[in-house]
Design a binder for this molecule. Sequence first.
Ligand code: A3P
Length: 273
Amino acid sequence: STSPTSQAPSAMNTTAQRLPGAIIIGARKGGTRALLEMLNLHPDVEVAKAEVHYFNLDENYHRGQTWYRAQMPFTSLGQLTVEKTPGYFTAPLVPQRIWEMNPEVRLLLIVRDPAERLVSDYTQVLHNRLQRHKSYQPLEELLLLPNGHIDPSYKALQRSLYHLHLQRWLSFFPRQQIHVVDGEALIRDPFPELQKAERFLDLPSHIEASNFYFNSTKGFYCLLSAGHDKCLDESKGRPHAPLSRQAFHKLCHFLREPNQRFFKLVGHTFPWC
Ligand code: A3P
């Protein structure tokens, strides 16, 4: 069947834009795009393609819920709307704002080794700056103080202190309402992670192992659905900016205690550095 508008998907009963029933809140560079695209394989899921940045940016938040809803895809009744904005996880006001919208909304948090995440985060900022013909300091200059110690105020490091952020979410939402996805596991073998996400979202199991194939040129799994073949764009899985072994080691040492705190909060250990 043909779409009544260019925005609406093909089914005839797609009638309305609805508030999300599930939100991927982060972590930035954790694999949020891959998770969103993979959930979108499910016939009962429709996703907001672009990051919405509603709860974390005051200029959007003050536009109100009508604006927010207008950013959502068209769905039929019974379909689940999902949006992802990685900046939500670390923005102080967001847990309360989401809770005020819907205290029952399901939250997904995808995490990866926070040291790797930091390097990926730096690499993204570096690329954005280079695109705008701006220069940027080497990572080591941002990460280390002149005395050689880790600079705890470096923004990308702050974003890797998962326990600090999760603690804030847990003062509004019960632990069971936040599904933690292992970002490294999603890279290695996406299907089992997607099955767990389907269960968390109470979706009938529809996503299949055959929806994923390893693309050796890309070096990652890509998606196959209804004859369409889709890999994430080149901004995902790009080479990381260099960091000396010694500095990486200091970073890992610094993160040891924050990581332990995070494991305690989620009730699960990850094999991070
Ligand atoms: P790197 O670019 O550091 O490798 P986000 O979408 O939150 O920005 O996360 C980007 C990360 O998703 C990438 O980080 C990449 O490792 C990871 N990722 C997970 N599954 C992927 C997939 N199937 N294809 C490409 N990247 C994937």
